[in-house]
Design a protein. Structure first.
Length: 419
């Protein structure tokens, strides 16, 4: 809103919440009729989480008026040095990796988007030489009309189907990030994922794979690009082979800006990741506690299981959207059973998850009735033995017990710190 007010726009806030607090001088249309008569406006800025169809159901003629803060930022940004990163998982690791590589190379760089920092907040500080990295979700990309100069698509798997309706709509939204590029732009995609390839194919620009040449790849336990060894995989501070993909994506993007091995090596051998992503909290009486609260779908939990080979008490569960099947998750857990002390199931998803596990023959399950994080951690600690790991990697959203994954992760960290 500040951006539009500073432009001198006549701003009206439309919100279902009649109690919302707004600055003086801002017009308002609040309550149950907040979507009425939107055709009278020149521009309709939808909030990221609102599907355009909700607006169009009551205002069928306004499609061309709908925009987002992201699309407006892309339109007015003074620099064309923009790198967009999308995908189902890995955006929150790949995006800051690119930022830190650019900074290590002496670039004036900023990170925003889905990462939590509104891009408009640093717009006044940008010049034609600046670099911007944007972490972009399917919600943000759904109806954009502008694309970044370098677009990166990571691993893509079905997600947010309650919002999109089906996988095709989800893929179509992510394809938008590439569709408005030109022949001078660059499309980078994960070589081993068909949906990633499909999404990037919408770009008329130069297409580059990662995790395979000509982008960055892993060979003989080395991270490499253009036959240049950047570092060994055991020098990476990020845990898990799934992070090799994120590293290769970031390296490939940075290599299109500067072909400088030293900044890459500096970052890869020091960057430990963001909070709530396989974050080691502390060791208590020989048991290490890891916070992977960001893992809000089974695919992320599967990656976490593989990333930590030690014997684990795995804490799984949360709000069950009932949109994704659990068969593949259950099969992965069964295959990894030798590394699992047990799987502790929490939250409203516990019963369905237990049933899926039992169908594939995995019965080493502890169904918890705990309602608070202190109770959850206390039970997990009792299940663990010396030299084990207690891994909170829920595989489900947090909304049955916590406001979001950050609140869930912070609650876990606080309890573990106080053990």
């Amino acid at each position: 809103m500040p951006y539009w007010l500073e432009k001198g726009a006549d701003v009206t806030v439309c919100d279902q919440n009649p109690e919302i607090e707004l600055p003086d001088g801002v017009k308002r249309q609040l309550g149950s009729d907040y979507l009425n008569n939107l055709g009278r406006f020149d521009v309709i800025v939808r909030t990221v989480g609102m599907h355009p169809k909700i607006i169009l159901e009551k205002n069928p003629g306004v499609k061309d008026k709908i925009t987002t803060n992201l699309d407006e930022f892309l339109r007015v940004c003074p620099t064309k040095n923009i790198i967009g990163v999308t995908g189902t998982k890995g955006k929150g690791t790949t995006s800051p990796l690119i930022l830190k590589m650019l900074e290590a190379a002496g670039k004036h760089a900023f990170l925003g988007g889905n990462y939590g920092i509104p891009a408009f907040s640093f717009l006044p500080r940008l010049t034609e030489e600046s670099w911007v990295i944007l972490e972009l979700s399917s919600y943000m990309l759904y109806d954009i009309r502008h694309s970044p100069h370098i677009a990166v698509c990571l691993m893509v798997q079905p997600e947010h189907l309650d919002w999109h309706g089906d996988t095709d709509d989800y893929i179509r939204a992510k394809s938008n990030m590439f569709a408005h590029q030109n022949e001078h732009d660059i499309a980078i995609y994960y070589a081993e994922n068909l949906d990633s390839h499909k999404i990037a194919s919408n770009s008329p620009g130069r297409k580059i794979t990662y995790y395979a040449e000509p982008g960055a790849y892993v060979k003989n336990d080395n991270i490499m690009i253009d036959e240049t060894v950047l570092c060994r995989t055991d020098e990476l501070k990020l845990l898990g082979k799934h992070n090799w993909q994120n590293v290769c994506a970031a390296v490939t993007a940075f290599w299109q800006v500067e072909q400088m091995p030293d900044p890459i090596r500096e970052v890869l051998t020091t960057f430990t990741g963001l909070p709530h992503r396989l974050e080691l909290i502390r060791e208590v009486e020989g048991v290490r506690f890891y916070n992977d609260s960001f893992a809000s779908d089974p695919y992320a939990t599967m990656a976490a299981i593989d990333a930590i080979p030690d014997k684990k008490v795995l804490i799984v569960g949360g709000w069950d959207k009932r949109m994704l099947p659990l068969e593949h998750f259950a099969e992965h857990v069964q295959k990894a059973s030798s590394s699992l002390r047990c799987v502790m199931l929490i939250g409203e998803s516990a019963a369905r998850t237990a049933e899926a596990f039992q169908k594939v023959g995995f019965t080493n399950i502890h169904i918890s009735t705990a309602k608070t994080m202190p109770e959850i951690v206390n039970e997990a600690q009792k299940l663990a033995q010396k030299d084990d790991v207690v891994l909170l990697s829920p595989g489900f959203p947090s909304f049955d017990m916590f406001k979001n994954f950050e609140v869930r992760g912070l609650a876990f960290k606080e309890v573990v710190q106080n053990l």
